[in-house]
Design a protein around this ligand. Structure first.
Ligand SMILES: Cc1ncc(C[n+]2csc(CCOP(=O)(O)OP(=O)(O)O)c2C)c(N)n1
Ligand SMILES: [Mg+2]
Length: 592
């Protein structure tokens, strides 16, 4: 049998080192499915329950491996289902290629069944490159360009192939006018700022007496250089959410997360510093950065368009974070006065005590912070954490003390619900010997996560090490938004929109052949975690948590926090007023 366009496509994917594709079939891509079948396992096709999961998995794969994630879906409805996951990838700057089908060319423009204007539909999310094949010899350059642009621009691209084209004989471009002769491969360049700018940056950093560093996902791979820089500058380091795993939390001068979900030491670091060094972060909330004029600023980002965006920096350095720091380090002078650093370290020590006290506060029945607190010290080496959007993200950001060698991510910029389970699945396929731990709300489980369990049940026996934990915060509430209704808008909870129906997560897991553990009392947390960590199959931990534990703003003091939490737990009628008041105060701090 002669090779088809689809065979050619698959061969080209192999040339780009694609080993795994996440997707769901349909008659819009049957030609491609046939070719994948003929490729005899050279590319694993991971079947999801819903195309949105495939896109999240492709994004998660990219986040955890640095490779390009690939997802596939059929024309029309399948393609439409991909969109949210693709936006997640685009907004967190991950290279993802979506390959989708389309109706036959002869039908296009005919209001045909499942005919959706896919080029227009994907023009925003895959604006960097979205093209449809109308001729077999385009296959080669469509693949080459989709991959190279996704990697070079760290974004989402899309190839659309009508189903009749998929079945045509493969063709290489002819040697004549009007043809494209592309090749494969991409490697990251070494991007460095100009020497004069490095000198200027060093002068500022050397003059500063209280240096604060803020790092984000763009700082991955530069751990060593970041720590060396921080040591030279006597700096404290705060982390944007997506950069949580860049450096460990168990260093004495790491203040942890920043922002609404952040820590008080990060807040203080920014409010008290005289110099800010921001590396690889697009952290959006400027009110958590120093007030304008308080600090001199230096920023490093590989993307010139992200420079000087959140704080009016004195020096903007466009460059790779690792290489730029390497070039900067020889210009930095060792700070001998470590008063500032000691002050930060003292604050951090105190803060961990506060978090522990908050975690141990009683709740009805379980304080979610306690679950995270207990999990934190038991995290297995090299685990891969994923958090969903919801209250889990607060506790993920604050209470988990990541150690060297762990990975962690969530939907940073889109902050969408549902990536928790699919990111973890993608992580498991990429690193079968590591333990993914997904931290997910009951809302997200009901939205898509439960479907992810079906996918896990389909594949887990193939994993060399089946350890995999899904921690469900079962609070019967869309809690993060409930708190937003209360404290941002000042409304009571709108039960009709917020209350969630009961669902037996643990029992459901058992029905699927996984392990299910239900936790209803605080004393059961530790034994349940230990059992889950020792389990010989994937585990769903269904923890019944209290929706009335507020995700508190970072900078209220210990006494306030304690009084505040206990009044709520005792059902204080004034609790709502207190909460509103506390938030108002917090907000006044941001916007005096
Ligand atoms: C797709 C999507 N829909 C809605 C939201 C708004 N939202 C953010 S967090 C949240 C609540 C999530 O509830 P749950 O998963 O139960 O977590 P909880 O906050 O209760 O722990 C909602 C509705 C969103 N971010 N993404
Ligand atoms: Mg919930």
């Amino acid at each position: 049998m002669s090779k088809t366009v689809s065979d050619h496509l698959v061969a080209r994917l192999l040339d780009w080192n694609v080993k795994r594709v996440f997707g769901y079939p349909g008659d819009g891509i049957n030609g491609i499915m046939g070719a994948l079948n003929r490729a005899d396992g050279q590319i694993d096709f991971i079947q999801v329950r819903h195309e949105e999961m495939a896109a999240f998995m492709a994004c998660g794969h990219a986040k955890f491996t640095g490779e390009t994630g690939v997802c596939m879906a059929t024309s029309g409805p399948g393609a439409i289902h991909l969109l949210n996951g693709l936006y997640d990838a685009k907004m967190d700057h991950q290279p993802v290629v979506a390959i989708i089908g389309q109706q036959a060319r002869a039908a296009l423009g005919g209001s045909y069944q499942q005919e959706v204007d896919l080029i227009s539909l994907f023009k925003d999310v895959a604006g960097a490159y979205v093209h449809m094949a109308s001729e077999p010899s385009q296959t080669r350059h469509l693949v080459d360009r989709a991959f190279r642009i996704a990697q070079a621009a760290r974004t989402v691209t899309c190839i659309i192939i009508p189903n009749d084209v998929q079945e045509m004989d493969a063709a290489e471009p002819a040697r004549k006018h009007g043809t494209i002769h592309s090749g494969t491969g991409y490697s990251r360049p070494r991007i460095l700022p100009a020497d004069a700018d490095l000198q200027k940056a060093a002068a500022i950093l050397n003059t500063g007496e209280k240096v604060a560093m803020l790092i984000g996902a763009g700082a991955f791979g530069a751990e060593e250089e970041i720590l060396e820089t921080a040591d030279l500058l006597g700096a404290g380091i705060a982390k944007a959410l997506l950069g949580k795993a860049v450096i460990p939390d168990d260093l004495p001068y790491v203040t942890g997360s920043i922002g609404l979900l952040g820590t008080k030491p990060s807040w203080d670091l920014m409010m008290e510093c005289d110099t800010l060094l921001m590396i690889g972060s697009g952290f959006p909330y400027s009110e958590f950065l120093p007030p304008e004029g308080q600090a001199k600023g230096v920023q490093i980002d590989i993307d010139g368009s992200m420079l000087g965006l959140r704080y009016p920096m004195d020096v903007n350095l466009q460059g790779d974070s690792k290489e730029t720091l390497r070039a900067l380090i020889p210009l930095l002078q060792l700070k001998r006065d470590l008063t500032w650093r000691q002050h930060i370290a003292d604050e951090i020590k105190r803060w961990w005590k506060i978090l522990e006290a908050r975690a141990m506060n009683e709740a009805r029945p379980i304080n979610p912070q306690r679950v995270f607190w207990e999990l934190s010290s038991r995290l297995p080496d090299h685990c891969i954490l994923t958090s969903d959007s919801g209250s889990a993200a607060n506790w993920f950001a604050r209470d988990l003390r990541l150690r060297r060698g762990m990975m962690a991510s969530l939907s940073g910029n889109l902050a969408t619900m549902c990536p928790g389970v699919p990111y973890a699945i993608a992580a498991k396929f990429a690193y079968p010997d590591r333990t993914p731990i997904a931290l997910v709300g009951d809302g997200a489980m009901q939205m898509l996560g439960n479907n992810g369990l079906v996918t896990i049940s389909k594949y887990w026996t193939q994993w060399k090490d089946p350890s995999f934990i899904i921690l469900v915060l079962n609070n019967h509430d869309l809690n993060q938004v409930t708190w937003e209704q209360r404290v941002m808008v000042g409304d009571p909870r709108f039960d009709a929109s917020q209350e969630l129906p009961e669902f037996p997560y643990a029992q459901y897991a058992e029905m699927l052949g996984l392990e299910g553990i239900r936790v209803e009392e605080p004393e059961e947390i530790v034994p349940a975690l230990e059992r889950a960590l020792a389990a010989k199959r994937p585990v769903v931990l269904d923890v019944v948590t209290d929706p009335n534990v507020p995700p508190m703003p970072p900078h209220i003091n210990f006494e306030q926090a304690r009084a505040f939490a206990s009044s709520i737990l005792k059902g204080d009628g004034n609790a709502m007023d207190m909460i509103r008041q506390t938030y108002k105060e917090a907000i006044k701090n941001y916007f005096p």
